[in-house]
Design a protein around this ligand. Structure first.
Ligand code: AMP
Length: 360
């Protein structure tokens, strides 16, 4: 299997592949990237035509650990091997406006929004949609990067100076009670399996921790319907995630990720088959595995610095994941998952562990 991008998602895919006898080859800029520490790698720019062709030529199937590879770089590879998920899914998810247009076409609610290419347009959008709102880059935004929360009109100049330019989107701020996400896998034959809903806590736009299963049958049913619509519309193959805001008991789609997702890391220890294994199974035309939860889990990201491994490993039911990355402020360096048989025990262990990691 060829994988474009060798970050932590690729690393966890490779690790899931070993027991199945699936071997991964990565393309990444860095020979010491998280995936390169556990699997062979070609080094080069992720959109380098020659390296991509070399990767495709030595793979039965090609997938991505990073969804922002230009469609024009991927298109020639379709003649050399199978590209899964399909290129169109990546292209849609690369542009927040295209993504919201697809959701709307599929009758999936989204926040009121407008495309913005200049400051005057932003002023008009704020007049029309109101405040507060979030100005975001349409492309290449992740983990809250390229976003500015506007609470009043006096902030327009500051927002524009900070991130303004062509190719922006202004979205009405959503007063959500929760953020949840659904992860599922679809086979080429159209079979879909869904993981239980996870409830996600963000800070500064970056995921801090998730709890799952988030037991809300009504929301889960809706989320499944929406994920299925998107997967079928895109003739999707592999794992796909959609993040939602819960506003007055309704799901508002925020964005989708055409890949394994941070809010699905809990499935490694928390489900019969992890999201990583099911992505491999789906793209390799193997039967999809059970997504049944084994208990109640919490997944906590390690951001910026690694916590004390010894202290965390002393927590009963805790699994520790170090991605092998250099520490840098705000960077995702690893995560831990706590698996308990009861939700109350999980909640207690979550708050104790957050204290240990200094997430207070
Ligand atoms: P995103 O990069 O769009 O996933 O945004 C990262 C995080 O910023 C989200 O998970 C929310 O916590 C917050 N956020 C982004 N857009 C909005 C919005 N329109 N309303 C409220 N919160 C938002």
């Amino acid at each position: 299997m060829g994988v474009v991008g060798g970050g932590q998602l690729g690393r966890m895919l490779a690790l899931a592949g070993y027991p199945l006898g699936i071997h991964c080859l990565f393309l990444d800029r860095s020979a010491s990237s998280p995936a390169a520490q556990v699997a062979p790698i070609l080094t080069g720019d992720l959109e380098d035509a020659a390296q991509l062709a070399a990767l495709a030529a030595s793979s039965d199937v090609l997938t991505v650990d990073w969804e922002n590879i230009a469609g024009s770089a991927l298109a020639p590879l379709e003649k050399l091997t199978q590209v899964r998920p399909p290129r169109t899914a990546l292209e849609v998810s690369q542009d927040r406006i295209a993504e919201k247009a697809l959701f709307t076409k599929l009758r999936i609610p989204v926040a009121a929004h407008a495309a913005i290419d200049g400051k005057q347009q932003l002023i008009r959008a704020i007049r029309k949609l109101g405040l507060p709102g979030v100005l975001k880059t349409r492309r290449l935004g992740y983990d809250g990067k390229g976003q500015f929360l506007l609470r009043d009109l006096t902030q327009i100049d500051a927002a524009w100076a900070a991130i303004g330019g062509p190719g922006m989107i202004y979205e009405k701020f959503q007063q959500f009670s929760r953020e949840v996400s659904i992860v599922g896998a679809r086979s080429a034959a159209g079979r879909i399996v869904f993981y239980p809903l996870s409830a996600n806590s963000h800070g500064g736009g970056i995921l801090h921790y998730s709890i799952a299963p988030f037991a809300n049958p009504g929301l889960e049913r809706r989320a499944r319907i929406y994920l299925k619509r998107v997967m079928n519309a895109l003739a999707y193959v592999g794992v796909l995630a959609i993040e939602f805001f819960v506003v007055k008991g309704r799901l508002i789609a925020n964005e989708m990720a055409p890949r394994v997702h941070n809010s699905g890391h809990w499935t490694i220890e928390g489900c019969v088959t992890s999201q990583f294994e099911n992505h491999l199974r789906a793209i390799c035309d193997l039967p999809l595995g059970s997504t049944r939860a084994l208990g109640h889990t919490a997944m906590i990201n390690f951001l910026g610095t690694m916590p004390d491994r010894e202290r965390l490993l002393a927590v009963d039911g805790l699994a520790f994941h170090d991605y092998g990355k250099e520490p840098r402020s705000g960077r995702k360096l690893g995560h831990c998952t706590i698996l308990k048989s009861r939700a109350t025990e999980r909640d207690l262990a979550l708050s104790d562990t957050l204290k240990l990691i200094n997430w207070t």
